[in-house]
Design a protein around this ligand. Structure first.
Ligand SMILES: [Cu+2]
Length: 135
């Protein structure tokens, strides 16, 4: 089964076509009073990051880091599989601004799964990717 990437939302426009300005918190927002914010994973939005592919039973190491402006707390979350983080088996971790987390996964559930930030505004802003576990 193959899943197509999410459709780009109308808010997403070619780079350079959106006028940006800093709000009071120093966050870059679209002008014209919108709450436009670009939230990315490795610079890509809305599941357009190239598919991250692994095999069932692989030892996968995830390097997570936050870089950016303003409110930069994130909660990366994996659908379908769990990670081992600080001795805890979980499917979500918390990242503070400029923090790095290294965590390990041995995927046991094949398929195409979402990997996204669980902060609602960040999901809305495009902080969504996919990964694939092959049998
Ligand atoms: Cu986030």
């Amino acid at each position: 089964m193959r899943c197509e990437p999410y459709q780009l939302l109308p808010l997403v426009q070619p780079p350079g076509s959106v006028a940006l300005a800093e709000d009071q918190a120093g966050v870059l927002v679209g002008q014209a009073g919108s709450d436009f914010q670009m939230q990315t994973i490795n610079g890509m939005q809305y599941a357009n990051l190239p598919m991250m592919i692994m095999k069932k039973g692989d030892r996968v190491r995830w390097y997570l880091v936050t870089i950016g402006f303003g409110f930069n707390f994130h909660t990366p979350h994996w659908h379908g599989n769990v990670i081992l983080n600080d001795g805890k088996r979980t499917d979500v971790v918390a990242l503070s601004p400029a923090q790095m987390v290294t965590t390990d996964m041995v995927p046991d559930d094949p398929g195409i799964w979402l990997f996204h930030c669980h902060v609602s505004d960040h999901m809305d802003g495009g902080m969504i990717a996919r990964y694939q576990v092959l049998k």
